[in-house]
Design a protein around this ligand. Sequence first.
Ligand code: FAD
Ligand code: NA7
Length: 512
Amino acid sequence: MSLWKLLQVSSAIRSSARSASYLGKVKYDYDLVVLGGGSAGLACAKEAVDNGARVLCFDYVKPTPVGTKWGLGGTCVNVGCIPKKLMHQASLLGEAVHEAVAYGWNVNDQNIKPDWQKLVKSVQNHIKSVNWVTRVDLRDKKVEYVNSMGAFVDPHTIEYSVKGGPKQQATAEYVVVAVGGRPRYPPILGATEFGITSDDIFSYDREPGRTLVVGAGYVGLECACFLKGLGYDPTVMVRSIVLRGFDRQMSELLEAMMSERGVQFLHTTIPSSVERQGDGRLLVKYRNTTTEKEDSDVFDTVLWAIGRKGLIEDLNLPAAGVETKNDKIVVDSTEATNVPHIFAVGDIIHGRPELSPVAILSGRLLARRLFAGSKQLMDYADVATTVFTPLEYSCVGMSEEMAIQTHGPDNIEVFHGYYKPTEFFIPRKSVRHCYLKAVAEITGDQKILGLHYIGPVAGEVIQGFAAALKSGLTVKTLLNTVGIHPTTAEEFTRLSITKRSGRDPTPASCCS
Ligand code: FAD
Ligand code: NA7
């Protein structure tokens, strides 16, 4: 018997007071240990228990440099999708109040302002209720939960310590790593002392005021937009281009829409330092990488949105022999790492979309494969996503660039059109950026490769089309689908102008 198998057996004997399970020849404390109680880890743990496994789940949140911390449930619930959507909604309501006047509502004070502290309190109260429901759910489902970091001692053994208590160990037949990621800080003077991230903004105890958002990805644009909608003054610092990786035309339209609403942009610029001034405000020095010109400006808040790093550093992965790439874990199509009984799901996986529903479904499917004999793999293709800016941008499938690259420019057809949402007419809202397109194969029934939409409730619009696209939607089917009138989603059933034709894609009226 090899040395480490001997160690496993002795570890299992050590913990024989706990009820143990036999899945293989070796006796372990648990069938499954899950590291991380976020979207992926919780979905995997609960599904495993539903299929008869004994599961232990660890979740622990290290406070941010300014001391923000939160409860069970991971990024999405505490510092991601949920508080972001609530802040987005709060900012949309600010717009809606002004529109309401045009619709005949008597809103006496046109200079209404949100109460930031009240908003933060409401958002945090909701999050706490979700934390509570999550805990109760784990208890009801009999998932053992430990509020502690977990780290490998060997490939089957996890070490942990509860509230600074003595070190303890648990062994498992399988280990699923679902530790997610945290925002990066740039390696510049003052970054951690004076800057905050999306981990802090949703519970920030003072008004953000004039805010520099560094980073023009998904998180940066969303934060800048809800801040603008709430009456603050955001500037987005863009290192290269906005929304790298998304369709270029749509990204540029989105930037134009944001500019029209008063969000400032500093292009091809990177920060050099952040200092606190005598008056408490933050002096940011920066450099334009095109002109090499150095400049500075003063802000109330600096928010880093420069991407996220995988939380591998506390896992002691070398003890388990798990391979990593940059700060992510490399897995195969079964989410297995190079160590066959250790798996990884969610944001910690290298090269997969960082989205909550992706994390949930991949965690659930993995548990079914491990404990219910399922063979179903996670399909990471054609995952729809939405950028929650005031006119939202949602897409599924390929960008135009990707379609050209994979199929060749002569083999794709792009159908497109601007449109005028009916509800925009009375308040005279700008329709300049309401635009959608379908990227399709040029031959046959024209299989659709990608759908893109900028407009109201984009996520709600694209969700259904995403199912259609996964079922092989063609332009022929789309145009044979009768629209629901008057909606903006119906515009997809009316797409008749191709880019190739050069015809004007601006609509004449709403109903023709
Ligand atoms: P996480 O949810 O991050 O969970 C991992 C958990 O493991 C964390 O609680 C972590 O503290 C804990 N942990 C780490 N190391 C250890 C350890 N060693 N031991 C024990 N516990 C550990 N996605 C969408 O689909 N839609 C959106 O609108 C959306 N908006 C977002 C907005 C923002 C601002 C951000 C930051 C993200 C957003 N996302 C969105 C992404 C989404 O939140 C993530 O994809 C999702 O939370 C990933 O889930 P996960 O389980 O992989 O990781
Ligand atoms: P992204 O999408 O990786 O975007 C990061 C942005 O920050 C992007 O615009 C980067 O510019 C920019 N960046 C990166 N490093 C720097 C430095 N050092 N200085 C200035 N700017 C920088 O990350 P997000 O956090 O927005 O989103 C991550 C996921 O979270 C997303 O997929 C959602 O699912 C949730 P670049 O284009 O690299 O030049």
